[in-house]
Design a protein around this ligand. Structure first.
Ligand code: NAD
Length: 390
């Protein structure tokens, strides 16, 4: 007889997180692969999936306690550490976007509990067979789309060129800074709304992608090439940063909307739009900072989930958890990423971790009481030293 794996889908613990790790359609697929699926009551409500939808898909709806007790695999979106945090048990597999580099204390806790923690944000993105599991990409796509809608909502003009009996309205001119996954989706969305779009990235190789979406690439001489490894940007020198801020600043006044998406892995986002550059923008302009974080963002002074109208009439929106605000689409895509990853972790109905597999070597953070991912182990070690724990 084949063993049956039981998968549990918890309700997200963090406030303002509306996504769910598995949608009913994905439940059906796991059921037909022979797995049992338990769903915590209310888990899908924020993404408009009711308990009845899960029941109809073949899941059992239950309490958090029973789910944690019975599940071999617990699925989540963000780390399950908010209000009513769950306590996992030894041998259990936890799969989610666990942000292990940001949460060394949680990683240590999972290791101590004997939990196998698997983080979707560590999927090796350049492996083509890992693409269906790339939740950073699926969620960045959602975020890029929503950033444009936020900008359009805050902007006092139209995005498209409109010719009406009451006259002609000029299209909005939009600048997207940072043309990774979110930036390219922002360009495409702004173009679909009819805006005239310009885009800039420190990696010159993105120019062809920008142009293929019908946008113009802004060439700046400040940095010849900011390409780093793995398709990411490198950290710029302070001279390059200063030149970039100055050259970008001199361009901003001609745009109605600016959307910034620039990040450098493992570091604070670079400041691209200074207070001085904001001062030079026109009243009614809108800036959306998708990199806004508690550590700072691309726009000086922006904060997550905070909208500020400056004295000169420029609106600065610090983006928060944008994928959560498009919870149904984001959950659908995320559930596919999770199901694809489970396809490599569960064989013949049994959880089988193979550290020799490149994907698993990337995503498995803790196992059998140890932190097995080297970069996470280093981050946890650094945090312990900084916190005085030896
Ligand atoms: P990200 O969120 O880390 O950064 C967003 C963008 O900001 C990047 O394009 C980066 O170059 C840019 N940026 C950083 N510093 C900047 C600065 N000072 N000025 C201007 N721009 C700056 O990136 P991401 O969207 O997660 O993806 C980064 C890359 O990884 C992209 O090239 C993407 O295509 C690639 N990727 C590849 C695969 C794959 O090969 N299958 C999968 C996913 C992503």
């Amino acid at each position: 007889m084949t063993a049956t794996t039981t998968v549990g889908v918890i309700r997200e613990r963090r406030p303002e997180e509306h996504r769910v790790a598995l949608v009913p359609e994905a439940v059906k697929r796991l059921r037909s692969a022979g797995m049992q699926v338990l769903v915590e009551s209310g888990a899908g409500a924020g993404a408009w999936f009711g308990d009845d939808d899960y029941l109809m898909a073949g899941a059992t709806v239950t309490s958090a306690d029973e789910l944690v007790e019975r599940s071999d695999i617990v699925l989540c979106v963000g780390p399950p550490d908010g209000d009513g945090a769950i306590r996992l048990h030894s041998g259990q597999l936890l799969i989610g976007m666990l942000e292990p580099l940001q949460h060394p204390e949680l990683v240590q806790q999972w290791a101590d509990q004997g939990v196998t923690a698997v983080s979707l944000d560590l999927v090796p993105r350049t492996l083509s067979r890992a693409q269906p599991m790339d939740a950073l990409t699926s969620q960045a796509n959602v975020a890029g789309y929503k950033a444009v809608l936020l900008a359009a909502g805050a902007y006092g003009g139209y995005f498209p060129l409109l010719m009406t009996a009451a006259g002609t309205a000029k299209p909005a001119s939009v600048l997207v800074i940072g043309t990774g996954v979110a930036g390219l989706q922002a360009i495409a969305t702004a173009r679909r709304l009819g805006a005239v779009v310009t885009a800039y990235d420190v990696r010159p190789e993105t120019k062809t992608e920008v142009e293929s979406l019908g946008a113009r690439f802004l060439d700046l001489s400040a940095v010849e090439s900011g390409s780093g490894s793995g398709g990411y940007a490198r950290q710029l020198t302070s001279a390059e940063r200063g030149a970039q801020q100055q050259q970008l600043g001199s361009q901003l006044a001609r745009f109605d909307v600016v959307i910034t998406t620039a990040r450098v892995p493992g570091r604070r986002p670079p400041v691209l739009v200074t207070t001085q550059a904001l001062d030079g923008m026109r009243a009614g302009s809108v800036v959306v900072d998708m990199a806004a974080s508690d550590l700072g963002g691309n726009v000086e002074g922006s904060l997550p989930d905070k909208t500020v109208v400056l004295g000169n009439g420029v609106t600065v929106l610090g983006a928060g958890n944008l994928p959560s605000s498009v919870a149904t689409a984001a959950s659908n895509a995320y559930a596919r990423n999770v199901a694809a990853l489970m396809g490599v972790l569960v064989r013949d109905g049994v959880v089988t971790i193979d550290p020799a597999d490149e994907i698993q070597a990337g995503v498995v953070v803790t196992r059998a009481g140890s932190i097995v991912n080297p970069s996470v182990a280093a981050a946890v070690g650094d945090a312990m030293i900084a916190g005085g724990v030896t």
